[in-house]
Write a protein that binds this ligand. Sequence first.
Ligand code: 5GP
Length: 191
Amino acid sequence: MHALEQKILAEGIVLSEEVLKVDSFLNHQIDPVMMQQIGQEFARLFKDAGITKIITIEASGIAPAVMAGLELGVPVIFARKYQSLTLKDDLYRSKVFSFTKQVESTIAISNKHISSSDKVLVIDDFLANGQAALGLADLIHQAQAEVVGIGIVIEKSFQPGRDLLLEKGYRVESLARVKSLANGTVEFVRD
Ligand code: 5GP
């Protein structure tokens, strides 16, 4: 997605050879126009997949997921990372090792928002080692629903997440694919 790549080149900060910071439009401040375009692109890619629900993870997955949900006309569930006093229903839970925090945390969704007839699109902001996406897919499988695809805003293609998800048979669609962050520079995959 050209506009997203241009945005990353203009505003992304390479924190290390492994970590990209995009706090100006995705991870802290949010650019609604960029998010709308991202939602439209996910909707274009998955419009024929019969999606009934989108699942993402708080906090940074919510903006792109809501925009995709708006375009596709389906509800969006975000998995909670923290214990919540209001989340008391029967829960599906999964453990996820966080790439950015380097700790394991439990993610959870209420079982009342998802059923075995759902066809679910997983959306997240970044793909690194694939652990967040796998945790979300695990929640969907616990509900005996179907994972129809995984939509990623920024994939770091030099890390193993994409191959891991493809090996497990998931359809992966990434809107920007970063080939390298070496020398403080963002380089994209060119097909
Ligand atoms: P994974 O689970 O695929 O290893 O990592 C994906 C998760 O870690 C995403 O939900 C995202 O929040 C975070 N993440 C991974 N790499 C980066 C990165 O380079 N920059 C930022 N801002 N977040 C990242």
